[in-house]
Design a binder for this molecule. Structure first.
Ligand SMILES: O=P(O)(O)OC[C@@H](O)[C@@H](O)c1c[nH]c2ccccc12
Length: 261
């Protein structure tokens, strides 16, 4: 299902000479009440959408920075229910589309159907579930569709061609192209194989293709952004928020402008 708010946000970025830029924040890190300020700051900085992470005790794909943020959030007692309630309460102040990133277990515990309708009530535009393989995605997809929420799928560097085709066809809103083998986290170099990777993916994708994992400098944002439709930045945003380095965040977002007009 395509979500109008999300599709419009990508279009708006494109029309203003920008690549998409999606930061990731961990809900409940620093206390759930700090989320509003973070979201409003990121919205003001000009991001395309914001990915909100739900903390989980067994985050298999997360690197140390996100794991630690998740642990801090769990120590504060943050749950999916609390995050949906909280976001529902502040959604009127937000124009930027929100994408919820959560592992399957919290959704299961919540109840798949209720999750989809409560996410809609909280103004959520898209959902990413990194541990739910495409083959099992129908568990959730019909409920999301019913609530006009895009179900974003992930492709990895090791996905064979026929799988890329299937995942690209199924993905909604955008396609999340993981750009390293391994876990999330800031890194210093960019693999040369990326160019061919994006070319392969783009020929099958009917949505924007966004790169994520390891993007941590304005140079990464720019060079990787040139190869696809935009970037997702997680670990670096979490560290900069924690250190109150708001100007550095603005610089990262600014690097998504490729054709200043
Ligand atoms: O932290 P990084 O390397 O910038 O990567 C983005 C990432 O954190 C975010 O999209 C994410 C957080 N947890 C995940 C689990 C799987 C896939 C993606 C994610």
């Amino acid at each position: 299902m395509s979500n109008l708010l999300l599709d419009t946000a990508f279009e708006k970025a494109r029309n203003s000479g920008r690549k998409a830029f999606i930061p990731y924040v961990m809900a409940g890190d620093g206390g759930l009440e700090s989320l509003e300020k973070k979201l409003l700051f990121l919205q003001e900085a000009g991001v395309t959408a914001i990915e909100i992470g739900i903390p989980f005790s067994d985050p298999v794909a997360d690197g140390p920075t996100i794991q630690e943020a998740g642990k801090r959030a769990l120590d504060q007692g943050t749950s999916l229910t609390m995050v949906l309630d909280y976001v529902k309460g502040i959604q009127q102040k937000l124009e930027v589309p929100l994408i919820l990133m959560t592992y399957l277990n919290p959704i299961y515990q919540y109840g798949v159907e209720n999750f989809a309708s409560d996410a809609k009530a909280a103004g959520i535009s898209g959902v990413i579930v990194p541990d739910l393989p495409l083959e099992q995605s129908q568990l959730l997809s019909s409920h999301l569709k019913h609530n006009s929420i895009s179900f974003v799928q992930l492709i990895s560097l090791t996905s064979p061609e026929d799988r890329i085709k299937k995942i690209a066809a199924a993905s909604e809103g955008f396609l999340y192209a993981v750009t390293v083998n391994g876990i999330t986290g800031a890194r210093s170099t960019i693999g040369e194989e990326l160019q061919g990777y994006f070319k392969r993916i783009k020929q099958y994708s009917h949505t924007p293709v966004l790169a994520g994992f390891g993007i941590s400098t304005p140079e990464h944002v720019q060079t990787i952004g040139e190869l696809c439709d935009g970037v997702i930045v997680g670990s670096k945003i979490i560290s900069l928020l924690e250190e109150d380095k708001y100007d550095a965040i603005k610089k990262l977002v600014q690097a998504s402008v490729y054709n200043p007009s």
